[in-house]
Write a protein that binds this ligand. Structure first.
Ligand SMILES: C[S@@+](CC[C@H](N)C(=O)[O-])C[C@H]1O[C@@H](n2cnc3c(N)ncnc32)[C@H](O)[C@@H]1O
Length: 394
């Protein structure tokens, strides 16, 4: 297999942890950029990253790249690609264009020129043209335009990779699975560390942690776009999947706890854990969910890590004034009964440390969809850091 260029897309803020993960999948020439990481590998590496990456949203295979100044140059760029090796004329196609600082006036027109270029080329070399399907295409081409270069990619993933194939229902504001995995990686959580999410909602963070502890590849139960591409190496794919299955350690020790004030979402978290194949973990108590108010939460172990995304103003309509007051009480509770724990809280509310009267020791910036968030780290010591007077002033 020849070396190829790939680009793994991820939520902004997770590029460094994605780069670490890619290294473990055998990728080389790893370059972190904003919103993703470029890498080199064989097509098998591309399959492996789809199967194993917890943090990428999608993996793109670079098939062309050249300078451009106008739409004709985009058309010309498509003529340099051997599309007949990627797809058959009977397959359906979709083209998407994203641009940063492109001089072109219309991205719609740019997309049409690229689409025309691909179908014309296919007609010339394969005798017929693929048809367009914007909803469920067999092959999806992404063109990325910067100020002077067009890069053409074929999507290897299909459904975004945060869709692990298990989620039953949506909670109030579920985290995407790859963001949950990114939080655990940024926090430096390891399976031997007791983990608690006291605002667990549909359970995403704790379920992701259990699948990490079990060594279960996140892509084992889903399909990928590369399986439909021409030249798909089904043998190499089967070997990768068999090896991934053999790696599952369903008896790995762990202590994973999620709780939430809403009994309805707790039931949903349990159901999600079952769908994720964690029945055994629930049965023997390594993974458990309970209905509880975070203001009265008890530590499940002497030391451990809290990783959570508490409710934040933007997500409740109307914007809630009760959340800051509740977080102040949660801050008090953490200081009282969680000494020795590390708490990592994702929120778009920059006032969270003041509300909780805790001093953060780190606050990396992360993007949760359109929301710019901070992932605050608090090292909990008995008593806390800010004077009670701050509470009186509220
Ligand atoms: C942003 S959501 C968490 C979503 C979760 N990470 C997921 O992936 O589904 C915040 C959660 O906090 C819960 N919540 C609000 N107030 C709470 C409290 N006092 N104690 C515990 N949970 C609370 C809500 O019910 C909601 O499920």
């Amino acid at each position: 297999m020849k070396p190829q260029n790939f680009f793994a897309v991820c939520p902004r803020g997770l590029e460094a942890v994605l780069a670490d993960e890619l290294q473990r999948s055998g990728a080389t020439a790893i370059r972190a950029e904003s919103g993703g990481v470029g890498f080199v590998g064989t097509m098998k590496t591309g399959y492996a990253v789809n199967l194993h990456s917890r943090i990428a949203s999608r993996v793109l295979w670079q098939v062309g790249r050249r300078g451009y100044r106008n739409e004709q140059h985009l058309y010309d760029a498509t003529q340099e690609v051997r599309w007949q090796d990627v797809m058959t004329p009977q397959q359906t196609l979709r083209v998407d264009v994203t641009a940063v600082r492109s001089p072109l006036a219309s991205l719609e027109f740019a997309m049409l020129r690229i689409k025309d270029g691909i179908v014309d080329r296919m007609r010339d070399v394969a005798g017929d043209r693929p048809s367009i399907d914007r909803v469920q295409p067999d092959v999806r081409v992404f063109a990325f335009l910067d100020a002077a270069t067009v890069t053409l990619y074929v999507d290897l993933s299909g459904e975004p990779l945060f869709k692990r194939g298990w989620r039953a229902d949506k909670g109030e504001a579920p985290l995407k699975e790859n963001l949950a995995a990114g939080l655990l990686a940024l926090a430096g959580w390891a399976p031997e560390v007791p983990l608690l999410d006291p605002f667990c909602g549909s359970g995403t963070i704790v379920i992701e942690a259990a699948t990490i502890a079990s060594g279960r590849a996140p892509g084992l139960n889903r399909r990928f776009a590369f399986e439909r591409l021409k030249g798909f190496d089904s043998h190499a794919w089967r070997v990768l999947k068999d090896a991934a299955r053999a790696n599952v350690r369903d008896d790995a020790p762990a202590l994973l706890r999620g709780s939430d004030i809403s009994t309805r979402v707790v039931e949903q978290a349990v159901e999600n854990a079952r769908l994720a194949g964690l029945e055994r973990w629930l049965a023997d108590g390594r993974l458990a969910f309970a209905a509880a108010d975070a203001r009265q939460i008890e530590p499940p172990a002497e030391h451990g890590m809290i990783v959570s995304n508490p409710p934040y103003g933007e997500q409740s309509a109307p914007r809630s004034a009760t959340v800051p007051r509740m977080m102040a009480d949660v801050g008090d509770r953490l200081k009282q009964v969680f000494p020795g724990w590390d708490a990592w809280l994702l929120t778009s509310d920059r006032q969270l440390p003041q509300q909780m009267r805790l001093q953060e020791t780190r606050k990396p910036v992360l993007h949760n969809g359109p929301l710019e968030c901070r992932f605050f780290r608090f090292s909990l010591v008995k008593g806390g850091y800010r004077p009670r007077a701050a509470a009186a002033a509220r």
